[in-house]
Design a protein around this ligand. Structure first.
Ligand code: ADP
Ligand code: MG
Length: 390
């Protein structure tokens, strides 16, 4: 790792922020940066990306195109990421010229499920029972050892449930195991399926100074392994919330994170808390902070990567966020006017041209006296998009 004298210089409005990746997380980060008077350059292999649309400059090149990376690095003051599957070697290359936050080591650990779980285990955090599998024989042994049901996941490159397959019972062992493994291919991890009570997450941030801030514990509900909604705050016991936040604090410290990181948890029916996975960036379960917190997770990311003090994470009102997936486009363009009739629901769209089932196209956030009430409002507005009556 390179340690250069620029490490502690504060990067102030007027400076240019580089973003690796072109998705919606980069878009909302770029919006926060531009609002505060920064310029934004995006680097990703695609063009007309959600982030690029909001940026001063969109560079379209491969993550191993050294000439393009050099030009990108030389025109910005700091670089951040919006997607954890950027090759760590790309970050190392850029970090020779300009600081990259979070550092490549954070991505190296968190972009690979086995490395991530080893880190968590070594640090004493509770992880889901799992086994590394790289052949059909190992898969059979692991399934036998852990006992069905299990979830088979690719070790690298998975997101939004991609690269995952549930193996429900031992009968499937013979019929489907081979095809599941062949379909995913390569190095995988087999995890025990947790019959959880709830899924929770903590979005937290760490500044260059080591200052820590968190947005409390939120509750997440997934459909087909993709986030459907988030309730903020989560309705959990104080002791569970305290433990989740302490784990998050410790993860950010031990990984020496500069920026935002999300810890996803399973709360088992027994009350046991397991870390599911880490995301070293703003997270879908923190989108509600744009409308319901003093400082959004995106502004927080900006403050952290610029070496500024963190902003207040105070929640203005309880909130709920519902995702708008491409499935909503199946019957044609959703009815935006109907959705906007809900005067207290905020519409966020990511500028994606093609709607595919499971693709994150946008989200809605509602604020109310309680998070469940906010969820009711947000869901009703989503139903209105497709003329569904609740
Ligand atoms: P991604 O990187 O796609 O977010 P996750 O590992 O977080 O992958 O899995 C996505 C979702 O799938 C989880 O939030 C959860 O709802 C479900 N899931 C994944 N692993 C398990 C498991 N071991 N037990 C029960 N549900 C799981
Ligand atoms: Mg996840």
């Amino acid at each position: 790792m390179t340690h250069t004298p620029f490490t502690h210089k504060q990067i102030l409005p007027g400076a240019t922020i580089g973003v690796l990746g072109g998705g919606q997380l980069g878009r909302m980060f770029a919006m926060a940066a531009r609002r505060m008077g920064y310029r934004v350059h995006t680097f990703s292999p695609e063009s007309d990306t959600p982030t690029g649309q909001i940026s001063d400059l969109e560079i379209t090149a491969a993550y191993d195109d050294h000439a393009a990376l050099l030009a990108f690095a030389d025109a910005v003051d700091v670089v951040s990421i919006e997607f954890e599957n950027i090759p760590a070697t790309t970050l190392d290359f850029i970090n020779e010229r300009v600081p990259v936050r979070p550092a490549s080591g954070v991505l190296h650990t968190t972009q690979h499920r086995l490395r991530e779980k080893s880190f968590l285990q070594a640090a004493g955090f509770p992880v889901v029972p799992h086994e590394r599998v790289s052949s059909i024989e190992e898969l059979r042994d692991a399934l036998h050892k852990l006992g069905a049901p299990c979830v088979l996941k690719t070790a690298g490159w998975g997101y939004d449930g991609k690269g995952q397959r549930v193996i429900r019972d031992a009968v499937e062992l013979n019929k489907e195991t081979e095809s599941a493994f062949t379909a995913l291919g390569g190095e995988c991890v087999l995890e025990k399926f947790i019959d959880f009570e709830r899924e929770l997450s903590v979005v937290a941030a760490r500044a260059l100074s080591g200052e820590f801030a968190h947005y409390g514990v939120v509750e997440n509900s997934h459909r087909q392994h993709i986030l459907d909604y988030t309730l903020a705050p989560a309705d959990v016991e104080e002791s569970v919330a305290r433990r989740a936040i302490e784990i998050a604090r410790s993860v950010l410290e031990q990984l020496d994170v500069v920026g935002v990181l999300c810890v996803e948890f399973f709360l088992a029916k027994s009350g046991e808390l397991f870390v599911n996975e880490l995301a070293p960036r703003p997270h879908n379960s923190g989108h509600w902070t744009i409308d319901a917190s003093v400082t959004s997770q995106f502004e927080q990311q900006l403050r952290a990567v610029c070496g500024l003090p963190l902003g207040s994470t105070e929640m203005l009102r309880p909130a709920a966020m519902v995702n708008l997936l491409g499935d909503l486009w199946q019957g044609g363009e959703p009815d935006w006017a109907a959705c906007c009739r809900a005067s207290n629901v905020k519409l966020h769209l990511y500028g994606k041209q093609t709607a595919r089932p499971g693709r994150k196209m946008g989200h809605l956030t509602a604020l109310a006296a309680t998070a469940p009430e906010a969820l009711r409002l947000a869901r009703a507005a989503r139903d209105n998009l497709i003329g569904k009556t609740t």
